[in-house]
Structures are given as structure tokens and as C-alpha cells.
Design a protein around this ligand. Structure first.
Ligand code: SF4
Length: 458
């Protein structure tokens, strides 16, 4: 998963992008990058491993001049976590520069890469997104948006894209609408971002979502052109954006993430009440809204029984198991004064491998909880995601290999209840149709990739 931000027609485009990336940090913490272009088409970029706050010093930001910029926060789903794979990807070709930032995962990238290599293309990274850059460079189409439409022919999978071709900023979303992408405006400049919270921080106002299959090209003078490719007859918006990934102060797919999570929490309380428990608490922060919903529906008080250290990243998006294990205790502590002797409901948005959950339950029990009733605001994750979230190996997914009763025993809780698939889809805005739920249901909306392991090249 990644965060993307782009702006055209603003005198401080790079500074605005820097701000926007702060609000998209939760979508990727492995690397960050900003590339700007001036009116002469000269391009300057900074890409670095690590957090946005660590990488862009005021001195370095001065290098990034011009009215057009785009930025990226990366969490690797395809390609290893190295600086070569940091985005925005930037190449020079005979027509100028191409700069690309991608959120999603291209399921047939290995095949397209093979074809391009057979034709003589030389790749500089192991990223799936680089195939689009090569195809753009080969396109004979005249306008940037036509080049991008041509480059995306036959490309399968999930993509929300921001591309700079010369001084034109182009935004595109795949025909299924897998990943969010919103357009805004500030003082005549046009802004694109993965989530509306990145528009809020810059002072931009939301104009609309980029539609599935739509390509929008914007010039620095504010003129824009739209090209609508064939949209799919049924959308596959990622329901996990509402459950976990997006920030609760954002709107994605036209709906409030906070409202979605509260509705999920209310539905969870209807499906799996915990009569007799003393209070409910969340695994902060991504489950706060769902726990509030559970509390509202059940009438059970909400307590702050787990405290999160905000200076440590999200455990779920650490790329290695050892990193995840060490981080549970570094990241959370339990409040003994609240938990001692109590029967408690712990709400989390999902259980992926179960290791973090097991560690949290142990913390809560060590702080004196008498009974722990776990409630989860998404159904059991039983399969990998091929569309941009890193849950690739079935063997690592606790719910792919264990019944709910077995999971309860393994994570050490008294009872365990997951929201149903129907309950989840009925709860999210603009549901229940038009969402991808493959990792929960096994109903993959496209044919599975022929070589899923190659999606994680390197
Ligand atoms: S498989 Fe799951 S995480 Fe991946 S796009 Fe579909 S709903 Fe989202």
C-alpha cells in the first residue's frame, strides 16, 4: 500500500506535496519521495528510505522548485524495500522526463516486464510500476493522457496513478476503482491525493473522486482534459480501506471512514454481543472508531485500556516478522488500574498473522484482566491480497489455517467473534455491492496472477 499526492499550478508545489505526504504517512513508511518540475521541464527529486519527517530538510526542499510536483510514501507490495524501488520513479526519455507514483499492485506485471525485456528494455528496479514507465516512453500518442491510456492497455490489477510527463500532471484510476484517488483545488491549483486528509492539511477543498477508468490531465496554467476509458461494469473498491487502511478523518470512495468504522462496530456488537463484560476498549488507533460503535450499540462503557506509543510505526506494515514481534511491546502498554479484575471486550479491526494479537492479549491479561472477549470488525482473512496490501502468503494467515475456536485458543482469549461478510458489506458507505472482498471471501474478481511470487520480486 502506498500514498500518492500531486499538485499542478502552485508556486510552492513541492512544499505542498511535503505537507500532503505527512498526512499519507500511514499508507507507507518504508520510503518517501518528492519530485518537482519547473516550467522549463527541468526535474528535481528527493527519494529516501524512512519517514517523511526525517527526509526532507529545509535545505533539500529548496532544490525542489517549480509549479508541479508529486510525492509518494511507499510500503512495498511488489519489489523489495530498497532505495531503487522508492518512488516516484523517474526516467529521462527522448521526449523529456516521466515521473510516476503508483498505489496498488499490477497482477500481470511479470508478463509485461518479460515482453518489454524481450524487446530490449532495461529495468532499473524490481517494481511492478516500472512497466508503465517503459510503455509510456515507447508510446507514439501525442497527448500525455493518450500516452498513459495506451501504456495501460492490457495492464491488469489495481492502480491509482499520478504521472508527470513533461510539465503535465496526469491522474488515473483503474477501471475497477480498487484504490482511492481524489481531486481538490487550492487557489486555482489542482491537487490529487489518495485520501482527503491530505487535502485538508494543505488547505485544499475536495472537488471530486477520480472515476474508475478515468484519466485527468492538468497543465500548470490550470487547464485540464479528461479521458474516460471503459469502466468495468462492476467495481472492486477495496473494502479494507474502510476497515483498516485509510485514516478515519478521510473520505474514501465518497464515504466517511469514521462513519464506516462506527457502523462496523455497531454491527459487530449486534452479531457478537458480550453480555456481562464490564467495558469495551480498542486496539488503538485504527480500531478506535469501531470500538466507539461497539460501545454505542451495546451500551457498554468505552475505556482506554491500551496505550499506544505514537513514536513507533504500524506493526502490520513492518516487512519482517522479527520487526513485528519486537514492536508489540515497544508499541503498546496496558493500564492495570483499568483492567485489573475486569471482564473486557477488546476490539480490533483485523487479525492477520495473530502474533500481534497474541502479544496484546498477553499484555492485557498480565495487567489483571479476568476475561478477554475479542471482537473483530472484519471477517477472518483467509487469502492473500494481490491488489496492493501485503498479506501474500496463505501459510502466514492464521484464519486460513485455523477455525475460529482454534484461533481463540491460540491467541488466548475467552471468546472470539468476527463480523460476518454480509454484515461488513452492509455497514460500509455505498455498500453492499461494488467492493473487493477477496481476502475474506476467496472470490477473487480477476484471475489470480500466474506467478504471484514474482509480484514480490527481489
Ligand atoms: S483482497 Fe482484500 S485487501 Fe486486497 S483489495 Fe481485495 S478487499 Fe482489499
Amino acid at each position: 500500500m502506498c500514498g500518492i499526492f500531486g499538485i499542478s499550478g502552485h508556486p510552492e508545489a513541492a512544499a505542498m506535496t511535503h505537507l500532503g505526504l505527512y498526512s499519507l504517512q500511514h499508507r507507507g513508511q518504508e520510503s518517501a519521495g518528492i519530485v518537482s518540475t519547473n516550467r522549463a521541464g527541468e526535474v528535481h527529486g528527493i527519494r529516501a528510505m524512512g519517514l517523511v519527517s526525517d527526509q526532507f530538510s529545509p535545505e533539500r526542499m529548496l532544490e525542489l522548485s517549480g509549479p508541479v510536483a508529486l510525492g509518494h510514501t511507499r510500503y512495498s507490495t511488489a519489489g523489495s524495500s530498497t532505495i531503487e524501488n522508492a518512488q516516484p520513479a523517474m526516467v529521462r526519455f527522448k521526449g523529456g522526463h516521466i515521473v510516476l507514483a503508483h498505489n496498488g499492485n499490477l497482477t500481470n506485471a511479470p508478463e509485461i516486464r518479460g515482453e518489454l525485456e524481450d524487446e530490449g528494455s532495461i529495468f532499473s528496479s524490481t517494481m511492478d510500476s516500472e512497466v508503465i514507465v517503459h510503455r509510456l516512453a515507447k508510446s507514439k500518442a501525442l497527448r500525455p493522457e493518450e500516452k498513459l491510456a495506451e501504456a495501460l492497455e492490457g495492464v491488469e490489477g489495481a492502480y491509482s496513478l499520478l504521472v508527470m510527463i513533461g510539465t503535465t500532471l496526469v491522474a488515473a484510476r483503474d477501471p475497477y476503482g480498487w484504490r482511492p484517488l481524489v481531486m481538490g483545488t487550492i487557489n486555482g491549483a489542482v491537487v490529487f491525493a489518495s485520501e482527503t486528509c491530505a487535502l485538508d492539511i494543505t488547505g485544499a477543498t475536495v472537488v471530486r473522486e477520480i472515476q474508475p477508468g478515468e484519466i485527468v490531465a492538468v497543465e500548470p496554467d490550470g487547464t485540464s482534459r479528461t479521458l474516460q476509458r471503459k469502466a468495468a461494469s462492476n467495481l472492486h473498491r477495496c473494502v479494507f480501506e474502510y476497515v483498516y487502511f485509510a485514516r478515519p478523518d478521510s473520505k474514501v470512495f465518497g464515504g466517511s471512514v469514521d462513519r464506516a468504522r462506527r457502523a462496523l462496530g455497531r454491527q459487530l456488537a449486534k452479531e457478537h454481543p458480550a453480555p456481562g463484560a464490564d467495558f469495551v476498549f480498542s486496539v488503538p488507533d485504527s480500531s478506535n472508531s469501531a470500538a466507539l460503535g461497539f460501545s454505542e450499540e451495546s451500551g457498554m462503557p468505552l475505556e482506554l485500556a491500551l496505550i499506544r506509543n505514537h513514536y513507533v510505526g504500524r506493526t502490520f506494515i513492518q516487512p519482517t516478522q522479527s520487526g513485528r514481534d519486537a514492536k508489540v511491546k515497544v508499541k503498546y502498554n496496558a493500564v492495570r488500574e483499568i483492567l485489573e479484575g475486569k471482564s473486557v471486550v477488546m476490539v480490533d479491526d483485523s487479525i492477520v498473522r495473530g502474533t500481534t494479537t497474541r502479544g496484546l492479549v498477553a499484555l492485557v491479561r498480565a495487567a489483571g484482566a479476568r476475561e478477554v472477549h475479542m471482537r473483530v470488525s472484519s471477517p477472518p482473512i483467509t487469502g492473500p491480497c494481490y491488489y496492493g496490501i501485503d498479506t501474500p502468503d496463505k501459510e502466514q494467515l492464521i484464519a486460513a489455517n485455523n477455525s475460529v475456536a482454534e484461533i481463540a485458543r491460540k491467541i488466548g482469549v475467552d471468546t472470539l467473534g468476527y463480523i460476518s461478510l454480509d454484515g461488513m458489506l452492509q455497514s460500509v458507505p455505498n455498500g453492499p455491492d461494488g467492493f473487493c472482498h477477496a481476502c475474506f471471501s476467496g472470490q477473487y474478481p480477476t484471475k489470480p496472477p500466474t506467478a504471484p511470487e514474482k509480484l514480490r520480486l527481489g
